[in-house]
Design a protein around this ligand. Structure first.
Ligand code: NIG
Ligand code: FE
Length: 410
C-alpha cells in the first residue's frame, strides 16, 4: 500500500525540520522525542508527523495501512557507515589464537588477518559471495540497520576487487535499503608485493581505479593507514588518485598507532576518519571545527581487546562523533548496531542520547545520506525503526544482548 501511518507511538525520536547536517559536542546531548505521536509515509517518503491529538485533518487518511505502536518507540533506522559486509569465510581460528595470547598484529604477521580473507575470497564465485552477503544484510536489517556502507578490500587484485564491488552493486539493486560502496584496494599489501609497495600502488592507481570508474562501482575510497600497512605518504598518493576519479575519502586511521593520518585525511577532504582507538591532542585539535566525522567502532575494540576510542572526551572537546559496526570476519563478526549502542554507552561513556544521535543523524552524514536519512523530516525517505514495547529509550543500550527491534518500515 502506498500510504502508511504509524499511530499511538510512545515516543517519536528525532522528528523535526531544520536539523543541522550533523551534531557536534554539546549538541549531541539533545535527542528530541515527541510523545504520543504519529508519523506517516507515502511511497516511502515521510509526509507528516505530530502529536496524536492533532492528527485529524493533517493528511488524507483514505487507503492507509495503519500500524499501531502503543508502548513502542519509532526512530529513524540506524545507518551503518563502515562495514566490510562482503567477505568469504569466518575466522574462528584467529579468535582462538587471540584467546591463547596472540595479538591481532601478530596473527596478521604470520599470514592471518586480511591476507587470510583475501586468499579465501579468491576461491569463491561472485554468485557465492552475493548469496552470503545477502544473508548477512538481511540479518542486520532485522537488528535495525536502515542504510549501509560496504567496502571492498578482501580482493587485493584488480579482478577480485571488481568482483566484490560488483557484488555490492547487485546488493544495491536488489536490497530495499540505501547502500554506499567504498573501494578499499589499499587494505593490505598482497604477499607478492610485500617488498614492492610501488608495484601494488601502481596497480591500484593505474588498473583498479580506472576499471572501477568505468563501471561506476564506487562512491568512496578508503585506505588502511597503519604501521605494516599503508604509510601516510602512500595513503596520500592513493587518495589523490581517487580524487581524480571523483571518489571522496573515508579512511581507516589510528587503529593501532598515531602516524599523522588524521591530519593528512583532513587535508584531502575526507568525509570521515574511522577507528581512532589511538588519538593525540593534536589529532583532536585538527578534527575540531572540521566537517569530517570521527567514526568510532567499539565492537572492534571489544572483539580484539584493544583500547576503546575516547568517545566521551571527543564529544566533551566539541567533536562530531558517529558510531558504526565495522562488520568483518577479522575484528567484528557482527553487524548488530544494538551491540554497538550498548558498548558506546558502557565502554565509551556516551549517554544513550549521544549514542543514538551517533548512529542516526551523524552516521547518515558520514555516508553522504544527510538529505534522506538520519532524522524524521518531511521529504526524507529514511526507513523507520519500530522498537518492541520498552519502558524508555535508555532501555535499548541497557538491556544488552536482546533484539529490541520489532520491525523496520522500508
Ligand atoms: O576495520 N583494520 C582494518 N580492517 C578491518 C579488519 C580487517 C580484517 O581483519 O579482516 C577493520 O578492523
Ligand atoms: Fe574497517
Amino acid at each position: 500500500m502506498a500510504k502508511q501511518l504509524i499511530k499511538n507511538i510512545k515516543g517519536l525520536v528525532l522528528a523535526g525540520e531544520n536539523f543541522p547536517r550533523f551534531l557536534k559536542g554539546e549538541e549531541m546531548k539533545n535527542l528530541p522525542i515527541l510523545e504520543n505521536a504519529y508519523v506517516a509515509k507515502e511511497d516511502g517518503v515521510i509526509i507528516g508527523y505530530g502529536r496524536m491529538d492533532e492528527w485529524e485533518g493533517m493528511i488524507d487518511w483514505r487507503d492507509v495501512e495503519i500500524i499501531d505502536a502503543e508502548n513502542q518507540y519509532v526512530l529513524p533506522a540506524f545507518c551503518d557507515s563502515h562495514t566490510h559486509l562482503v567477505f568469504a569465510k569466518s575466522r574462528e581460528e584467529e579468535f582462538v589464537d587471540r584467546i591463547k595470547g596472540l595479538t591481532y598484529e601478530e596473527i596478521a604477521a604470520k599470514g592471518g588477518g586480511i591476507l587470510n580473507s583475501a586468499g579465501r575470497l579468491s576461491e569463491m564465485t561472485e554468485e557465492e559471495l552475493f548469496e552470503a552477503a545477502k544473508d548477512r544484510l538481511n540479518l542486520v536489517l532485522s537488528y535495525g540497520t536502515g542504510a549501509i556502507e560496504i567496502k571492498s578490500g578482501y580482493g587485493l587484485s584488480t579482478e577480485a576487487e571488481i568482483k566484490i564491488l560488483r557484488v555490492i552493486k547487485r546488493l544495491k539493486e536488489e536490497s530495499p535499503i540505501e547502500i554506499k560502496a567504498t573501494f578499499l584496494g589499499a587494505h593490505a599489501f598482497p604477499k607478492e608485493y610485500k617488498e614492492n609497495h610501488r608495484g601494488y600502488i601502481d596497480q591500484i592507481i593505474n588498473e583498479m581505479l580506472p576499471a572501477i570508474a568505468a563501471e561506476n562501482l564506487a562512491d568512496y575510497i578508503d585506505v588502511f593507514c597503519e604501521r605494516n600497512y599503508f604509510s601516510v605518504e602512500e595513503m596520500e598518493e592513493i587518495l589523490q588518485a581517487g580524487a581524480r576519479f571523483g571518489l571522496r575519502p573515508k579512511v581507516h586511521v589510528n587503529q593501532f598507532s598515531i602516524m599523522g593520518g588524521i591530519q593528512k585525511a583532513l587535508e584531502l577532504n575526507a568525509l570521515s576518519v574511522d577507528h581512532l582507538e589511538e588519538i593525540s591532542d593534536e589529532d583532536i585539535a585538527a578534527l575540531k571545527n572540521s566537517d569530517c566525522m570521527a567514526t568510532l567502532l567499539p565492537s572492534c575494540s571489544h572483539f580484539i581487546s584493544i583500547p576503546f576510542a575516547q568517545g566521551r572526551r571527543m564529544i566533551d572537546e566539541g567533536l562530531a562523533v558517529a558510531l558504526a559496526s565495522d562488520f568483518n570476519p577479522g575484528t567484528t563478526p557482527t553487524g548488530n548496531l544494538q551491540v554497538v549502542l550498548s558498548l558506546a554507552c558502557i565502554k565509551m561513556k556516551m549517554t544513550p542520547a549521544e549514542a543514538i544521535n551517533a548512529l542516526t543523524i551523524n552516521a547518515a552524514y558520514a555516508m553522504g545520506l544527510e538529505d534522506t536519512h538520519g532524522t524524521i523530516t518531511v521529504g526524507k525517505r529514511t526507513p523507520l525503526l519500530i522498537t518492541k514495547e520498552i519502558p524508555n529509550l535508555s532501555y535499548l543500550p541497557y538491556a544488552f544482548g536482546d533484539n529490541h527491534v520489532d520491525k523496520v518500515i522500508h
